[in-house]
Design a binder for this molecule. Structure first.
Ligand code: TLP
Length: 348
């Protein structure tokens, strides 16, 4: 049976060519800093982001958390967007691992403004926690793969520098933002003290993320990576996949964005679907269901029977993500399955 897995772009499997470069990768012990392929990847990403250094980490979560730890001291406060991955999907790790408190701002399509940041920053007062770090997510997962406007980032960054605050970019899908806008990774990264980017999502790697920043910062992040159990040994097999992915799977993300658009346009025609096409800017499609018309849980179960997998991310809310392992034909197949399932499930 044909299976079209749209739950996440994390479900991609390494291709035959990627496995080939993994198999032949030169390796060493990375805890000793002796893995040539990891070193090559780190230098490549440092150059690409315009930062002094980079550090390979096991996951996007580990990347964000080593950065938060390296930027802050316990008791300080970190500004995040309310729907952000750091606030919602990282197990409360900022409190657990860094002892910091999060201050969520309500953004629009995942983006907030300088004025909102100014309101959120704590004035110096013996009662308040001290604001230390501002985190931005680009693209924003839970808002539907939306892109944070560059001009607003620049304004927030300038303010942060004046106020001695740090800036971190959760760029798990910065690749997608860059391809969609034509703004280079380096141009985005200039506004941040640290950035975390994933290889295991749209780029199609089985494992791995990377963080970048200045040399002192990366040295501190390295210490926390070890403390979190993220010191790997012959990680060159993973770094080889990441190098392959940057070279071969980065620019093709544009194709995933076209697939998401096709999917979104088709879905938006179905009864009971509330889908803001404005939010479909990259490879993620999020829509709400009028549950009086189509109950979400039943819909997800019926679609699964047809071989189409989507995620129920909140009551009445569904996410579908396009990626390397779903073709245009798969998207057409998924849409046809949706039309049939809607006829079965919808009370129209
Ligand atoms: N997102 C995953 C799930 O955890 C929700 C997904 O399927 O989209 N930042 C952002 C913006 C992310 O979307 C994710 C993963 C991460 C960080 C964490 O990456 P991993 O899963 O590698 O820890």
């Amino acid at each position: 049976m044909r299976v079209v897995d749209l739950r996440s772009d994390t479900v991609t499997r390494p291709s035959a060519e990627m496995r080939q470069v993994m198999m032949t990768a030169r390796v060493g012990d990375d805890v000793f800093g002796e893995d040539p392929t990891v070193n090559q990847l780190q230098e490549m990403v440092a150059e690409m982001t315009g930062k002094e250094a980079a550090l390979f980490v096991t996951s996007g979560t580990q990347g964000n958390q080593v950065c938060i730890n390296a930027h802050t001291r316990p008791g300080e406060e970190v500004i995040v967007e309310r729907g952000s991955h750091i606030f919602n999907y990282e197990c409360g790790s900022p409190a657990l691992l860094s002892g910091v408190q999060l201050y969520p701002i309500d953004g629009k399509h995942g983006a907030f403004t300088l004025e909102q940041v100014e309101q959120a920053v704590r004035p110096p007062n013996v009662h308040h926690p001290q604001t230390r770090l501002i985190c931005i997510e680009n693209t924003h997962n839970r808002a539907g793969g939306t892109i944070f406007p560059l001009e607003e980032m620049a304004r927030i960054s300038q303010f942060a520098r004046q106020r001695g605050l740090r800036m971190h970019l959760d760029g798990a899908r910065l690749w997608n933002a860059s391809v969609a806008t034509g703004i280079s990774i380096r141009e985005y990264c200039q506004y941040f003290d640290s950035v975390s980017m994933c290889f295991s999502k749209g780029l199609g790697c089985p494992v791995g993320s990377i963080v970048a920043g200045d040399r002192d910062f990366i040295q501190r992040a390295h210490y926390y990576r070890k403390a979190y159990g993220g010191g790997l040994r012959q990680a060159g097999v993973l770094a080889a996949a990441a190098i392959y992915a940057i070279e071969n799977n980065f620019s093709r993300l544009e194709e995933d964005h076209r697939k998401a658009r096709l999917l979104a346009e088709g879905l938006s025609q179905l009864p009971g679907v509330k889908l803001d096409l404005e939010t479909v800017q990259t490879n993620i499609v999020i829509f709400d269901l009028d549950e009086a018309v189509v109950p979400a849980e039943r819909l997800v179960a019926l679609l699964r029977e047809q071989g189409v997998l989507v995620l129920n991310i909140a009551p009445g809310r569904i996410r579908a993500v396009t990626h390397l392992d779903v073709s245009m034909e798969d998207v057409a197949f998924a849409l046809e399955a949706c039309r049939q399932v809607w006829q079965q499930a919808a009370h129209v």
